[in-house]
Design a protein around this ligand. Structure first.
Ligand code: G3H
Ligand code: 13P
Ligand code: ZN
Length: 291
């Protein structure tokens, strides 16, 4: 069933488990994510980035996500990820995304606060939630040494000021993780600042979101959850599952020309990768009350 993200946060979440927010780009990834959530009978959040919207089209990808979410046997909430384009975020809210992320973290703090606050006003009037970002979460291309990286991390006092000034519903903070494949295949292990997560949560008291979480060690995942992370974004691990399964499927069946047969093992691989994350995130602690 398609649910508003706020329904996932009715009961006690923080400290117990984290909802996965899986990025999708297409039908098959969305099918794999929902099949995983259904297999474990747990809710899920599905995210779409600006890049994926550029690839598929906003209304096309929304309709794919919403149609599958409506049919799902578990609660599924839909979210727009890392939005820089405010007009597109507004259009997404009007289409029916119950949560959007405005990512103006590259701007100075005053501008980030102003833009985020304006979107919060619009979104709340429409009944949607907003995720903001304070601090700068790096991408693989922004890999810098540890002391430079420190400067990009979210400062707890700044997080409090940002939340108070904007009224965001969830907060993405920079606590050491990096977007993309670098920490899986690039030979670097980001240091996740657990203490900082606890300090931020104790001040802001709204669900915190961990970005760039693919490849983060399971023990670290359990610690981030205990300290206030309630949503964990995963894209790269599903991309790896998708692309490896597609390569194998094509080489296993070199004569096959039916995309449905070629893509069946791909959907299954995405499902298995998502199940692994759902288990790591302690989602078995969730009581699915709307069932
Ligand atoms: O953090 C965001 C996702 O990994 C999206 O990546 O912009 O390449 O779609 P993308
Ligand atoms: P990964 O690239 O580590 O999966 O991070 C995904 C993410 O943060 C999407 O917003
Ligand atoms: Zn992210």
């Amino acid at each position: 069933m398609l649910v508003h993200i706020k329904e996932l946060f009715q009961g006690d979440v923080v400290g117990k488990f984290a909802y996965p927010a899986f990025n999708t780009q297409n039908l098959e990834t969305t099918m794999g994510i929902i099949a995983a959530a259904e297999e474990l009978n747990v809710p899920a959040i599905i995210d779409v980035s600006e890049g994926a919207i550029k690839y598929a089209g906003l209304s096309t990808i929304f309709e794919i996500m919403a149609t599958l979410a409506i049919k799902a046997k578990v609660p599924v909430a839909l979210h727009m990820d890392h939005g820089k384009d405010v007009e597109q975020l507004r259009a997404g809210i009007e289409l029916g995304f119950s949560s959007v992320m405005i990512d103006h973290s590259a701007d100075d703090v005053a501008k980030n606060i102003q833009d985020t606050k304006e979107l919060v006003n619009f979104a709340h009037a429409e009944g949607a939630w907003v995720q903001g970002e304070i601090g700068k979460i790096r991408g693989s291309e922004d890999w810098v040494n540890v002391s430079d990286a420190e400067a990009l991390l979210t400062k707890p006092s700044e997080a409090l000021e940002f939340c108070k000034a904007t009224g965001v519903d969830t907060l993405a903070c920079s606590v050491g993780t990096v977007h993309g494949i670098i920490k899986i295949r690039g030979g670097v292990t980001p240091h996740v600042d657990i203490k900082r997560i606890g300090e931020i949560y104790n001040l802001v008291k709204i669900p915190l979101v961990l970005h760039g979480a693919s490849g983060v060690d399971e023990n670290v995942i359990h610690e981030v959850i205990s300290n206030g992370i309630a949503i964990i974004n995963i894209d790269t691990e599903l991309r790896i599952a998708f692309s490896e399964a597609l390569r194998k499927s094509l080489s296993d069946q070199p004569e096959e020309v039916d995309p449905r047969h070629i893509l069946k093992p791909v959907v299954e691989a995405v499902k298995q990768a998502a199940i692994k994350k759902l288990i790591q995130f302690n989602t078995r602690n969730i009581v699915v009350s709307s069932q």
